[in-house]
Design a protein around this ligand. Structure first.
Ligand code: SF4
Length: 337
């Protein structure tokens, strides 16, 4: 991410990590403003689309306040709050529900404190291992060049007997993670989709080839790794395209690494709030947001969403699961939701 504007919250300056991040940003001569309070300045534009796009290119250095870690089923036990927001412009992005009109990219500089809080959860659950998800409210890879938060987190969990870490990305700037002695305690996943989905609805992110090339590097660096196929969208001829996607993946993954590989399958869903936001920011989108073709379901955070009806789920399962078993029989399928 090359931010157009950087804001620094006053408390963030109390942390040496903030100064290290600032030094990297200053080297690139980016526009940096030290705020006098924790309130973000008002956007110059009143146009919802311009506000949204401007916020996506705004980096905020902030301090994460201590609060209960959210659960993160079925991916992990808890969310690990390293970053919130993402510069990507995927039309269907799940963050559209949470972040509203100004989805700034916030990075938390008090990472040592965040590890201390994670430790409290790990101790409570010992001797079980506790898994933390690093991308529940963000894609942390595009800001890794500035923050080095993922590298620090991978190193932290590498030395933890009962803590594990995983994150997922659509971005391919993973070279700085390849030499870390991760001790198999971090799983790196890449979100993939058909060419059709990536071309029309995954804007502002690297294409399929680049994501697969990054996954190959991660696999060869010995990380447990995975592919999150999602959102699975049932457009015309979707069955053919998703079968082809599995074959493309199978042709690309290094055969010796398939035992380290897992799949997560996530179908498309949307909330009323996300729909409103999507239509405001991407008025031309042809993303299917027709409630009459969906069923209403309440999720783990208490709010409802429109999901595919059970018959469509069943068809998605029939298409994707046998194809993965056929082409990558040693890979694990973690879940389909
Ligand atoms: S890459 Fe992920 S987090 Fe970023 S906009 Fe796309 S869906 Fe949202």
């Amino acid at each position: 991410m090359l931010p157009k504007q950087v804001f620094v919250m006053p408390e963030a300056l109390n942390y040496p990590n903030c100064h290290e991040i600032l030094a990297r940003l200053e080297e690139k001569q980016l526009s940096i403003e030290l705020l006098k309070s924790n309130r973000m300045p008002k956007s110059i534009s009143k146009d919802p689309q311009q506000m949204f796009l401007g916020a996506k290119r705004t980096l905020v250095l902030a301090v994460r306040k201590k609060s209960a870690f959210q659960s993160c089923r079925p991916s992990s036990d808890y969310q690990l709050p390293l970053v919130s927001g993402c510069p990507g412009l995927c039309h269907y992005c799940y963050l559209n529900t949470n972040f509203g009109p100004n989805p700034y990219v916030r990075v938390y500089v008090n990472i040592a404190e965040i590890f201390e809080w994670a430790e409290e959860y790990i101790i409570q659950r010992q001797p079980l291992t506790t898994m933390f998800e690093g991308s529940a409210t963000s894609d942390p890879v595009p800001v890794e060049g500035w923050t080095q938060s993922l590298a620090k987190t991978i190193e932290y969990f590498a030395n933890h007997p009962y803590g594990r870490f995983r994150f997922v990305t659509k971005f391919d700037t993973v070279d700085s993670l390849l030499k870390i002695n991760h001790k198999n305690h971090t799983q790196v996943r890449f979100t993939l989709n058909t060419e059709r989905v990536i071309k029309y609805w995954d804007t502002g992110t690297p294409g399929l080839d680049r994501r697969l090339a990054a996954a190959e590097k991660i696999a060869l660096a010995g990380y447990p790794y995975g592919f999150l196929i999602g959102p699975i969208i049932t457009y015309d001829n979707w069955q053919r395209d998703y079968r082809e996607l599995i074959q493309i993946i199978a042709a690309k993954v290094p055969p010796t690494t398939v035992k380290q590989l897992s799949f997560e399958l996530i179908t498309h869903r949307f909330t009323p709030r996300a729909k409103k936001q999507i239509l405001q920011v991407y008025p031309e989108t042809d993303l299917d947001l027709d409630e009459t073709q969906r069923v209403w379901k309440y999720g783990q955070f208490g709010y409802g969403k429109w999901v595919y009806p059970p018959a469509t789920y069943a068809t998605i399962q029939e298409v994707l699961v046998p194809e993965i078993h056929r082409y990558l029989p040693q890979a694990t399928i973690m879940y389909l939701v």
